[in-house]
Design a protein around this ligand. Structure first.
Ligand SMILES: [Zn+2]
Length: 419
């Protein structure tokens, strides 16, 4: 397949045309030799985005999402690589499940999939999973996501064991001994509407624990979906004194607050929960000053029957793959809070580096993974156009910039906006 994308701005390059041949970025060739010429009409080419924290639900929960629908949604969001968390059924805690996921992803052909293995067997928080064997099968990290790595003792073992295999450890930061029954952030809003709250302390305690262990051992830890001011402060301070801690946050933590829960719409319910304006501003500050390493979606599709019910009973999580870039561009780059270079660190280069994926290159000979975004024209985000099976987005009807026009992975078109 020979593909030319013309009339484009190319991130970091002084050219208006890109050439693809045999799955790689290529030197200039004559347009007549191309199988396909895509007119970008002035849109911007960025390196393929990488989301290191998604839930693709397969195996086990195919009624919520499959690897095929999840990766199609990823492609529509401009992603060319995603990392699914292991809380499937069966749990991704052994090499057979890893291989099964990779096979399905290969068959779907929409996006590179780099599985994350469970840190503990069955996510039960008791004994270590088969990390070495899973690494051989293709995992790029371990996590018990959905739950924290249960105890400080287990976290120590996981960090030590995973470091022997050079495998990053990603921890879901909430101490469930504090917030077991809560459904939203604990504060004025939760009190006024009568929903049991989850204190920010729940997240802060887990982040503090991980930093203490990582500093003591001199080993790296990665804190998932950080949403609190205290968490960001501790991570910033720890980094400053040389602790090997990295972290991620999600678009919902810099675009929404717990005020939204007053609507009792369960599309505002997730773990960790939406926080107050003060915490939202702290997340934005941490993105701007370099404390945050990655923006991830925590893409969590659910069936209608699990979401369109009472707020307290609804499942946690929202879909994110198809809104993440546009939200990040509209709310961070457009108002001048960060540069496009910084956004590419957050959504491509840093996740690639952290997980050792070696992605993000756009030089001749590199794998042709890229996406074309319209940064000039506003569009309305429409949940009915989403390719994910989930409909649980809080962003339906939002006016955003940065609609995906085309996504290419390994030289193949994985998404194209139909006019
Ligand atoms: Zn999580």
């Amino acid at each position: 397949m020979r593909l030319i994308v013309k009339n484009c701005k190319v991130f970091g390059k002084d050219t208006d045309t890109i050439y693809v041949e045999d799955g790689k970025f290529a030197d200039k060739y004559d347009e007549s030799k191309a199988d396909r010429v895509f007119d970008a009409k002035g849109a911007t080419v960025l390196p393929g985005l990488i989301d290191m924290h998604v839930h693709l639900r397969e195996p086990g929960y195919e009624y919520r999402e499959t690897i095929a629908t999840g990766t199609a949604a990823a492609a529509r969001g401009g992603f060319t690589a995603v990392c699914p968390m292991p809380n499937t059924d069966p749990v991704c805690d052994n090499p057979a499940v890893v291989s099964g996921i990779l096979k399905k992803a290969q068959e779907a052909g929409k996006c590179r999939v780099y599985p994350i293995g469970a840190a503990s067997k069955g996510l039960a928080g008791k004994e270590l999973a088969e990390i070495g064997l899973m690494k051989e099968a293709g995992i790029v990290a371990v996590s018990d996501d959905g739950k924290p790595i249960a105890t400080a003792g287990l976290m120590r073992k996981v960090l030590e064991y995973a470091s022997d295999f050079d495998i990053p450890v990603l921890n879901h930061c909430e101490d469930y001994t504090i917030d077991m029954e809560g459904a939203m952030n604990e504060g004025i809003v939760s009190t006024s509407i009568g929903i049991k709250g989850i204190p920010t302390a729940s997240e802060d305690i887990m982040i503090a624990r991980d930093i203490i262990i990582a500093e003591y051992l001199g080993l790296p830890t990665h804190e998932c979906h950080v949403s609190t001011k205290g968490g960001m402060r501790m991570i910033r301070d720890a980094k400053a004194r040389g602790v090997k801690v990295t972290c991620e946050t999600c678009p919902h933590y810099f675009t929404l607050t717990d005020k939204e829960c007053e609507s009792f719409d369960s599309n505002f319910k997730m773990h960790p929960p939406l926080r107050t304006e003060e915490h939202k501003q702290a997340v934005i500050e941490a993105i701007a000053d370099g404390t945050v390493d990655c923006i991830v979606t925590d893409h969590a599709p659910h069936h209608q029957d699990e979401k369109v019910i009472e707020f307290s009973l609804a499942n946690n999580g929202i879909v994110g793959l198809e809104s993440s870039f546009a939200l990040s561009y509209t709310y961070l780059v457009k108002p001048g809070i960060i540069t496009m270079e910084r956004l590419m660190d957050l959504m491509c280069y840093n996740p690639s580096k952290l997980l050792g994926l070696g992605r993000g290159g756009m030089d001749v000979g590199d794998d042709a993974d890229f996406a074309v975004f319209d940064l000039e024209n506003e569009f309305v985000f429409d949940k009915n156009k989403m390719l994910t099976k989930g409909r649980n987005t809080p962003y339906d009807g939002w006016k955003l910039y940065g609609e995906t026009q085309l996504t290419v992975m390994g030289g193949n078109i994985t998404y194209e906006k139909l006019c």
